[in-house]
Write a protein that binds this ligand. Structure first.
Ligand SMILES: Nc1ncnc2c1ncn2[C@@H]1O[C@H](COP(=O)(O)OP(=O)(O)OP(=O)(O)O)[C@@H](O)[C@H]1O
Ligand SMILES: O=C(O)C1=C[C@@H](O)[C@@H](O)[C@H](O)C1
Ligand SMILES: [Mg+2]
Length: 171
């Protein structure tokens, strides 16, 4: 069987590993890597500053622009955690290979504490806010998924292999 369609898109909640695994998968498949959060930051500055300055709706509009451009590419694309809420993005994902990353609250608590980008939707709410947002979005992630990957177990190398084998139809 031939390879699955491109782009190969990673979706899932904050801290599920979209950026980390997306970068590794793209290197393995020798495809370009696009992280839509990084594209928004490159064009508009840090996401927490954009939220503070212009509010979430403005961030979502800018995010949608970055996502629309990314989903036209033959690339591995890691979406921001909330990007899948946009109806046009849901429509664009119909032709893509969509990998949904799962992570439990206990696992993600350690990951989110590890530093990295500030996440404005968790400001003040921490892991409780993460759990509420993840539960709200679960049906959307599940409906869009072509492959579900549990990131609570296994190394990043094993998870990368699993995604690459699936995309190549070797799984
Ligand atoms: N499978 C994994 N095992 C161990 N640590 C991981 C794994 N996946 C991600 N991490 C770590 O968890 C943190 C969050 O990962 P990452 O930034 O890739 O998540 P994300 O899904 O892109 O989150 P966001 O939606 O906020 O962009 C990072 O410190 C990363 O190194
Ligand atoms: O889940 C979300 O809504 C977000 C996730 C991050 O990737 C960023 O896109 C931003 O912090 C919002
Ligand atoms: Mg990310």
């Amino acid at each position: 069987m031939p390879e699955r369609p491109l782009p190969l898109v990673l979706i899932g909640p904050m801290g599920s590993g979209k950026t980390k695994l997306g970068r590794r998968v793209s290197a393995r498949l020798e495809l370009p890597f696009i992280d839509t959060d990084a594209d928004v930051v490159a064009k508009h500055g840090p996401i927490h500053e954009l939220f503070a300055r212009e509010g979430e709706a403005s961030f979502r509009a800018k995010e949608r622009e970055a996502v629309a451009a990314a989903l036209r590419e033959r690339a591995v694309v890691s979406l921001g955690g909330g990007a899948v809420l946009d109806r046009d993005t849901q429509h664009d994902l119909a032709g893509a290979s969509v990998v949904r990353l799962l992570v439990d609250e206990a696992t993600v608590a350690a990951r989110l504490g590890a530093g990295g980008a500030r996440r404005p939707l968790l400001d003040g709410g921490g892991i409780d806010a993460w759990a509420r947002i993840a539960a709200e979005r679960r049906p959307v992630y599940d409906a869009l998924a072509d492959l579900v990957v549990d990131t609570n177990r296994g190394t990043a190398a094993q998870l990368t292999d699993l995604i690459c084998d699936w995309w190549r139809n070797d799984a």
